[in-house]
Ligand binder design. Sequence first.
Ligand SMILES: [Zn+2]
Length: 316
Amino acid sequence: MKLEHLKSLKKSELHAHLNGSISPKLLYELALSTQTLNAKELGLIQAPPSDWDSCFALFGLVYKVVRGPQILYRCTQAVIEKFLDDGVSHLELRTTLKEDLEHGISWDSYLDTILQATDDFLNSPQNGGQITVKWIISLDRSKGLAYVEKSMATILRHHKKSPYIVGTDFCGDPYIGHFKNFERTFQHARQEGLKTTVHFAEVPRFEDLWEILDFSPDRLGHACCLNKGLFEKILEKQIPVEICFTSNLLTGVVCAPEVHVVKAFYKARHPFVICTDDFGIFHSTINDEYRKVAAILNLQVAEVEDLAARSLAHTF
Ligand SMILES: [Zn+2]
């Protein structure tokens, strides 16, 4: 399928992390101008990771470069612009709250900056009403309950005054913590009108997956390391899945394209949306993802068009 045709299809991107979606080219330019990375690190950011650990090492380098409100503002707009160029008509970006007091960033000013950058972009002639952008704020399970509760209080404060914040995401090291400990906080956010998505079964740790499904999140991210019982429960509950194909292969949690769970979801006619996760880190655009999934599912052009059209039905 031709790239221009893929680009022309209106589609949503529902699982994209802000810091992982900065293009390698922009990241390199920023790293040079700010002189925040050494020669070895500059080499590392120009290639995709080869496993789980190298992926997280790359994020460490991104955080070194994205410092201060001006760079954050610029990166936010560049990420939106890139998705617009790739034909995304509805974008849900996500980020955890970041604090960097040395460079003048508190949780509040972090949110203010990305929301202002979004608002300015959407109202610019450059956009012309072609893309809508919403935000999902991620809460890192590995940082404990006090952190998650404090983050949620900040998110809810901003949610009340911003039309852009639409959901929360339960994320972070899946080997640390248990959803049960955080459930009340997410329940509260739900009562306040925020949707929930969860980084779910990205690795084969089944500890709290049943409790997460009992909570009935509005969407699930990844869901690529499932057993039969979990797979069937997701089908029964009809929870749409955010498929991050390249991410799962490069982090090594799925060993080969042929065994990726997207095949089973497609066969079961279960709703899913093709997403990039971190296109800057994985060097794979949303159109690359459509092409790869179309190849593994042997899709005809009309079926790819249908997949893109249906991605717009699962937005928050
Ligand atoms: Zn993710």
